[in-house]
Ligand binder design. Structure first.
Ligand SMILES: [Zn+2]
Ligand SMILES: [Zn+2]
Length: 183
């Protein structure tokens, strides 16, 4: 199993447009951070964790051409703003991208990308299928995914446990009940 951090920046990325703080003006490559996303390779299965507005650049610079599923943590734009850039993966794989997330989050995705879900599909729109997650583990091509509810300030969002890996972003609180999934 291999996890690649595609981005570890804040919701605006680092540097922030127009900011003249020391970090934003830094020449250090570690101060150039794209929006938060990660790519998990396990066996033959490739899973993308969140698809923010930097997705195109992240796919290009990591040479990612195959994604079997997208797991979304929550609906903020820095986590779903790049879903249109799934299109080349659709074309390459000739498959529908399955997007997993909370029902609330998938509803927002279906509004934001309504053109991908209309009964008449304009040619070339992303080919997406929304897969609601309930409060129980599920599998993607034989890989067990355990959803973990965490709080992002007051918003319940998802983290994921996959094998020995835990992926949690934007969280400020984890209830004891969810720690049943800890190691
Ligand atoms: Zn700054
Ligand atoms: Zn957020």
């Amino acid at each position: 199993m291999r996890l690649t951090f595609l981005g570890t920046g804040t919701s605006q990325g680092v540097p922030i447009v127009g900011c003249s703080c020391e970090v934003c003006l830094s020449e250090d490559y570690r101060d150039k951070r794209l929006r938060t996303s990660a790519f998990l390779e396990t066996g033959d299965v490739n899973i993308l964790l969140d698809a923010g507005p930097d997705l195109r650049q992240q796919l290009l610079r990591n040479h990612i051409v195959r994604i079997n599923a997208l797991l979304v943590t929550h609906e903020h734009k820095d986590h779903i703003g790049g879903i249109d850039d799934i299109r080349p993966i659709n074309f390459l794989m000739k498959e529908t991208m399955h997007i997993y997330g909370l029902k609330r989050v998938l509803n927002i995705i279906s509004k934001d990308y309504d053109y991908a879900f209309n009964s008449y599909k304009y040619p070339g729109v992303p080919n997406l299928k929304l897969m609601p997650i309930f409060d129980e583990p599920f599998t993607i091509q034989g890989i067990e995914i355990v959803p973990v509810i965490v709080r992002h300030l007051n918003l319940p969002i998802l983290g994921y446990r996959i094998g020995n890996l835990g992926y949690i972003t934007d969280a400020s609180f984890i209830a004891d009940k969810e720690k049943r999934f800890s190691f």
